[in-house]
Design a binder for this molecule. Structure first.
Ligand code: SAH
Ligand code: AVI
Length: 360
């Protein structure tokens, strides 16, 4: 693995303060712990679905993959022989966790907050490294999937029972509020798995900038990103022989049907997932295998698709090291360290929340 220290441009600073949790907009926080809230099938969600289906090309937001079945299918995907990202990132994270924990405050690390935590299987390595340095971090898992949060709770109860876990069922594209740090303590926000690649640049940057807003100067942010590598390996990861990724793709229709009372039938579609070299990204599509007219329920009247017409359900971008560091920098983080897997397929960029404006 290659690792490189990137000189920090702005010294850590900022006033330590104690604050209550800020209100998580769009999320009902039902105390007592664990903090759990239901994501409402509200007008905003229906509006978003309508708007995305009306685009050219038609789209469905990839966050709708993650109903209970979708989350379980994603976990299955992470264990497929073809799906290299999870095991590559996990091995990398295990190897560099002590260095990351040290760089993020060591014994002072008080909060580890993960967005899109999934089952949080790889986060355990980081928490263990922090514990070994004498920290007693709280772990805050933010995910849109109740299934994923249940898995997190079970996993951490078994693997790191001494860590206090707080679960937040929330859509991080709507609003975001992280717990403030206590005096003399440090926070670390995580966005792993390459999930940043599921957003176009503008949305990715907006999300990272919102994460930055929630942190204090000197707090840390660790971003996991899939790197540009052999197109054949990337293609295979989204076109596995067992067809699990295809099932995952079809399942988004069931989730949308439930939400919108629409009548998408997965049998009318084929899974299509090409790697588009020009855009450095996999695109997942559902392509109509016959001419169909779909009743849209709460989304409106109906949607006509000719045979061969498609709906794009996901993009999954590949980055270069420079792309990742630039993204961190643009969002208000001073790139601090870079870690790369031995096969150069996955990278972890560590940034420090910067106090002042970006250095030109
Ligand atoms: N970080 C984990 C999981 C990656 S899968 C890993 O590396 O394996 C992406 C995760 O992000 C899923 O658990 C999904 O439920 C969650 N997710 C996707 N969109 C989200 C959103 N808008 N808000 C909150 N969670 C989201
Ligand atoms: C969550 N995200 C990073 C996964 C990816 O690889 O883009 C989702 C996924 N889609 C198909 N397989 C996995």
């Amino acid at each position: 693995m290659s690792r490189r220290a990137i000189p920090e441009k702005t010294p850590a600073g900022g006033e330590p303060r104690v604050e209550a949790w800020r209100q998580l907009l769009g999320v009902r926080s039902e105390r007592p712990s664990p903090l759990l809230a239901s994501v409402p099938a509200d007008e905003a969600a229906l509006h978003e679905l309508r708007e995305r289906l009306a685009r050219t090309p038609r789209e469905l937001p990839s966050k709708y993959f993650y109903d209970d079945r979708g989350s379980a299918l994603f976990e299955q995907i992470t264990r497929l022989p073809e799906y290299y990202p999870t095991r590559t990132e996990e091995a990398l994270l295990r190897a560099v966790a002590p260095e990351i924990a040290e760089a993020c405050g060591g014994a002072q690390l008080s909060d580890v907050v993960e967005l899109g935590s999934g089952a949080a299987s790889k986060t355990v390595a980081l928490l263990e490294a922090a514990l070994a340095l004498g920290a007693a971090p709280r772990y805050v898992a933010v995910d849109i999937s109740a299934h994923a949060l249940r898995r997190t709770r079970a996993l951490l109860a078994q693997a790191a029972p001494q860590v206090a876990v707080q679960e937040v069922l929330a859509d991080y594209t709507r609003a975001l509020s992280l717990p403030s740090r206590l005096a003399q303590s440090r926070r670390l926000a995580l966005f792993l798995g390459g999930t940043i690649g599921n957003d176009e640049d503008e949305d990715a940057l907006a999300l990272l900038a919102r994460i930055r807003e929630q942190l204090d100067p000197g707090d840390s942010f660790l971003l996991g990103a899939n790197l540009v590598c052999e197109p054949a390996a990337i293609h295979a990861a989204y076109n596995d022989a067992q067809g699990v990724t295809a099932q995952f793709n079809f399942n988004i229709l069931a989730a949308v049907n439930r939400l919108a009372q629409s009548r998408f039938d997965p049998r009318d579609f084929d899974h299509h997932a090409p790697y588009v070299v020009e855009h450095k990204r996999i695109e997942m599509w559902l392509v109509a295998n016959r001419a169909v007219e779909i009743e849209l329920g709460r989304l409106g009247a109906s949607l006509k698709l000719a045979k061969g017409e498609g709906i794009r359900t996901e993009i999954s971008r590949r980055f270069t090291r420079a792309d990742v560091l630039q993204l961190l920098d643009a969002a208000g983080f001073s790139p601090d360290r870079w870690f790369e897997s031995p096969n150069s397929r996955f990278g972890l960029g560590l940034g420090k929340a910067r106090a002042g404006p970006r250095t030109p």
